[in-house]
Design a protein around this ligand. Structure first.
Ligand SMILES: NC(=O)CC[C@H](N)C(=O)O
Length: 206
């Protein structure tokens, strides 16, 4: 541990928090769960895990974290959201619950549960901009996709082809806007630390 290590939080209200903490521990950062406003104030970056975005939204309100988190994001807090975390970071969500809140950190329209029943869960090898070497094995679990992005948003990955669902090919599944990264898949579940390292580098550079 060195004094220069940034603190990266994982929003720990719901979802696969532990898997993200484990992945971040390999990235030369101090990884910590975040449940309270005081904890949010201490992080240099924040991961929003996969899980269930409607529940996460409700808990953000209950824990009085919604507005403080929106504010920190507006001020430039680096963030990475996977799956439900991507949904939370979006400016607009389709097929969400009417009372579902967004953080609005990425100018994009995201559709929840977009890949449909037959392919609720699948894996694919993706080329991800900014990640060298082999393609990234991407695990999709009742995943969203990105329907459209604003001018400020860089598309990092699209679906090459999904068995039984030709309609999914070409869909956007990884994006970046400034210091905010989002993936429709779960890099925290595969043991491939490259997406987390990309995020840790973003936090270090901020
Ligand atoms: N694996 C996931 O995070 C699933 C996301 C979930 N379908 C939602 O709407 O929030």
């Amino acid at each position: 541990m060195s004094a220069a290590q940034p603190v990266v939080g994982v929003l720990a209200l719901q979802g696969d928090v532990r898997e993200h903490l484990v992945a971040l521990a390999e990235c030369d950062v101090l990884a910590r769960p975040v449940r309270r406003v005081e904890e949010l104030a201490q992080v240099h970056g924040l991961v929003i895990p996969g899980g269930e975005s409607t529940t996460m939204s409700r808990l953000l309100t209950n824990f009085e974290l919604l507005e403080p988190l929106r504010l920190r994001l507006k001020e430039g807090l680096p963030a990475f959201g996977s799956c439900a975390g991507m949904i939370m970071l979006a400016s607009t969500v389709l097929d969400g619950r009417p009372d579902q809140h967004q953080l609005g950190a990425v100018d994009m329209v995201v559709r929840r549960n977009a890949f449909g029943r037959q392919v609720d869960s699948f894996e694919a090898d993706l080329d991800v901009t900014g990640i060298e070497g082999d393609p990234v094995r991407a695990v999709f679990i009742r995943a969203p996709w990105v329907e459209s992005v604003g001018d400020e948003v860089e598309v990092l990955a699209t679906v090459p082809d999904v068995p039984d669902s030709g309609a999914a090919a070409g869909r956007i599944v990884a994006v970046r806007q400034g210091r905010v990264l989002a993936t429709a898949f779960h890099p925290e579940l595969t043991g491939d630390g490259r997406v987390h390292r990309l995020f840790a580098d973003t936090v270090r550079a901020a």
